[in-house]
Ligand binder design. Structure first.
Ligand SMILES: Cc1ncc(COP(=O)(O)O)c(C=O)c1O
Length: 396
């Protein structure tokens, strides 16, 4: 069978579970901020890999590290030690807070690890409840989807995992009232991604941290989307000087190779003991080699400052669109994690941008999400803004 777009689409429809709303475009190649489809058409990707390809598609240094490791040792199970896993753990800790890491393969699994740490931490005092935020997103496994404070993701999968409660993001009183003698942790994203680029802010995060300390609860920060440099700091909590007890990572961490991590410090650090938790693939040499290369790139002198600078540049451009189109309500976010809230539906705008070879994302129905690679060029930002402008003009 010839490899045409039509054939691939037919294979998908016949053999792959339709859990995604596929765009009928077959991508065969990526480089930097660009991807190419099977017919040679080129797209500017401002939502690369759902924020996984934070260093651009096929980053040369990451690809080199993967190639080298692939011909040395791809996998060993975790009952043996390998060279790179502790080096990666050290790298994460040196860039965050004193603690230890557990490696897995995805964001949802990293969050599952955080839930297990919280449950185990509370088990001696009979506490198990975890408070999460409305509009949050924490993944699709059963506990992670339960932690996700959005009913649309729960429908059809009840009964959900017991012990999760939701409060309004940013509402201190509601959070304080939700804490009971059974509560063991509060979990949130420093900036809600899928929920519409909602920024928590220093005041709120400090309040949550204070409340957690007061009630001996764990503060769990989901940095799966915000982490690894995207906001102009290695981790978003570093904008606020509020250290979590547990932090979860994935997405950009592996530069495209699946890897997740839960990082636990202080009282949460040694909660999990031998036999409590495991992952067959977690932190294997190939994934760790990729992640170490990602740290190498992000750790280069000036890289994070440049990310912040490009974020400001993109933000100003989005603000200038806001000044011209009355249906743009707000531009928000930090660094290169930006959202534009509209007073109209954004789904059509996503489709029109795609027709003009620009990939963005629309979340929560009316928030356009711009999360380009941190290696994006200013000229590419200009191009993306010009295309978005054309589309907005055509609908206004
Ligand atoms: C904040 C956040 N947490 C968790 C997840 C789930 O990650 P994964 O799809 O790797 O399980 C995502 C994915 O979009 C996310 O954005």
């Amino acid at each position: 069978m010839q490899n045409s777009a039509e054939n691939i689409i037919e294979l998908y429809n016949t053999y792959v579970m339709k859990t995604y709303a596929w765009n009928p475009i077959v991508i065969v190649k990526g480089k930097g901020s660009w991807v190419w489809d099977i017919n040679g058409r080129k797209y500017l990707d401002f939502f690369p890999g759902w924020a996984v390809s934070g260093l651009g598609h096929c980053n040369a240094e990451v690809a080199r590290a993967i190639r080298k490791q692939a011909s040395t040792l791809i996998h060993m199970p975790n009952n043996f030690m390998t060279e790179l896993q502790p080096l990666l753990a050290k790298k994460i800790i040196e860039n965050s807070f004193r603690g230890k890491c557990f490696f897995c393969n995805s964001g949802a699994e990293a969050n599952e690890t955080a839930f297990k740490i919280a449950r185990k931490y509370g088990s001696t005092t009979g506490r198990y409840e975890i408070i999460t935020m409305k509009k949050s997103f924490h993944g699709r496994t059963l506990a992670a989807v339960t932690a996700t404070g959005q009913e649309k993701y729960h429908k059809g999968f009840e009964p959900l995992v017991p012990g999760f409660k939701y409060v309004e993001f940013g509402n201190k009183d509601e959070l304080a009232k939700a804490v009971t003698g059974k509560t063991v942790a509060v979990m949130l994203e420093p900036i809600q991604g899928e929920g519409g680029i909602n920024v928590s802010g220093k005041d709120y995060l400090m309040y949550v941290k204070g409340l957690c300390d007061k009630h001996d609860m764990l503060l769990i920060l989901d940095e799966i989307q915000t982490g690894m440099g995207r906001t102009g700091r290695m981790f978003a909590y570093q904008h606020y000087d509020v250290e979590p007890d547990v932090m979860t990572l994935a997405k950009t961490l592996g530069g495209g190779i699946p890897i997740g991590a839960a990082v636990a410090g202080g009282k949460a650090c040694d909660v999990l003991e031998p036999g409590n938790h495991a992952s067959t693939f977690g932190g294997n040499p190939l994934a760790c080699a990729a992640a170490l290369a990602v740290f190498e790139v992000i750790g280069k002198e000036g890289f994070l400052d440049k990310t912040a600078e490009k974020g400001n540049y993109l933000r100003k451009k989005l603000e200038s669109l806001k000044s011209r189109y009355p249906f743009i309500r707000e531009v928000r976010g930090i660094g290169l994690m930006l959202g534009m809230e509209l007073s109209i539906d954004g789904g059509g705008i996503f489709n029109e941008c795609l027709k003009k070879n620009l990939i963005i994302n629309c979340t929560s129905g009316n928030v356009l999400r711009f999360v380009p690679s941190m290696t994006v060029k200013k000229s590419e930002i200009d191009m993306a803004i010009d295309i978005t402008d054309e589309v907005l003009k055509s609908i206004s």
